[in-house]
Design a protein around this ligand. Structure first.
Ligand SMILES: Cc1cc2nc3c(=O)[nH]c(=O)nc-3n(C[C@H](O)[C@H](O)[C@H](O)COP(=O)(O)O)c2cc1C
Length: 237
């Protein structure tokens, strides 16, 4: 089995890398291969919202000038995914966000379904939880399976490698790695034995009908309000 881990830090071997590595070590101990891809130092354009990927249905983003499509293919082949990001202004690092928006808009509609996915965050002080939540939004949306730890997956440090002094953070990553390996094995061993729930066609609620009804009602009020007012005034003593 294989896990693809995305390092959203601009630093190749900064704290995000170390957090991923702590999880990866546990996965390796259980015979699971991990490939770490450095995203945060690349030039990744944000999503164009062109919906080209939805129309083309070829599991590719229409932007072909960067690595995103190669990484989507890697996600497709993997059994598990790790999303790692440093905290930048209480949020996911910008380059990582651009990558995730595009990759998950393509892959999150089916390719990643029932793969195991975990998020890890490196932070100096504040913003760990919002960033963790933001990363989990991508994983949740895709019907992925999420392993947990004994706390939220956030580790503290500033200079590269400083997270190795955060004993509690190290334990969180270690426990996450063990649980992720176990969940991946459960999924693998369950194939052909435990029946997977069928994928439901996604329902989306559009409010256009209701809005046009409201508009119609407003227009009607507009048309009748004047004679109505006249009638009311005329009735007044
Ligand atoms: C642009 C920028 C914004 C940051 N914003 C925050 C922040 O909001 N809260 C915080 O605690 N640390 C913040 N930091 C510090 C990093 O989250 C912290 O140093 C982290 O360990 C970096 O991980 P890395 O080595 O993988 O890049 C920021 C760092 C940068 C470069």
């Amino acid at each position: 089995m294989k896990v693809i881990a995305f390092n959203g830090s601009p630093k190749k071997e900064g704290n995000t890398y170390h957090a991923i590595k702590m999880v990866a070590d546990e996965l390796n101990n259980e015979g699971i291969e991990v490939e770490i891809i450095h995203v945060g130092n690349k030039l990744i354009q944000g999503c164009l919202a062109c919906n080209g990927c939805t129309r083309n249905k070829n599991d590719r983003c229409v932007i072909e000038t960067d690595e995103v499509n190669d990484w989507i293919q890697k996600m497709k082949e993997a059994d598990g995914i790790i999303l790692g990001s440093p905290v930048h202004y209480s949020a996911i690092g910008g380059t990582m966000k651009s990558f995730l928006d595009r990759a998950f808009y393509v892959a999150g509609k089916g390719i990643l379904r029932h793969k195991v996915g975990a998020a890890v965050v490196a932070v100096r002080r504040s913003g760990g939880i919002p960033t963790f939540n933001q990363l989990n939004n991508f994983i949740n949306y895709s019907e992925m399976l999420i392993p947990t730890s004994n706390y939220w997956n956030v580790i503290h440090g500033t200079t590269p490698g400083e997270v190795s002094e955060d004993e509690e953070g190290k334990q969180i990553m270690r426990v996450l790695g063990k649980n992720m390996a176990w969940l991946m094995k459960l999924v693998e061993n369950g194939k052909g034995t435990v029946v997977e729930p069928e994928k439901e066609k996604k329902r989306k609620i559009f409010f256009t009908v209701n809005r046009s009804l409201i508009n119609f009602a407003l227009q009607l009020i507009d048309i009748i309000h004047y004679p109505l007012l006249q009638f009311v005034y005329l009735k007044l003593p």
